[in-house]
Ligand binder design. Sequence first.
Ligand code: RB5
Length: 141
Amino acid sequence: MIIAMGSDHVGFEMKNELKTYLEGKGHKVTDLGAHSEERTDYPVYGKAVAKAVTGGEADCGILVCGTGVGISIAANKTWGVRAVVCSEPYSAMLSKQHNNTNVLAIGARVIGIELAKMIADAWLGAEFEGGRHLDRVNMLE
Ligand code: RB5
């Protein structure tokens, strides 16, 4: 998969660790920043990843900020993005199976890297089930 990744300064370290982990699993990661821990603004990166996903340059997106909240709100402002904040794998999996989420957001101040990896694995490994769920997802648009 081609995964667009983004973070603010708070999520910078976790984004990099996740990037290394996912590349090790054979994914291609497009890193849209931030590229340092210098203070910056999460809406910039939420939007950049959202545009990469809706523009077809990436299959999906993964975002990291302090809580995952601000950066997911930013991503969800782009039409066609369904971003979810997750702190555990179950919701991550169901968000793909039922809601066809295309962007995953994680809070670097909320969970640790090992749980973040499990969440990313659960999300990337799940498939949208379609059927009645497709009707509902279409209603969102
Ligand atoms: C930055 O201080 C912090 O607000 C940001 O990383 C994120 O948690 C926002 O939702």
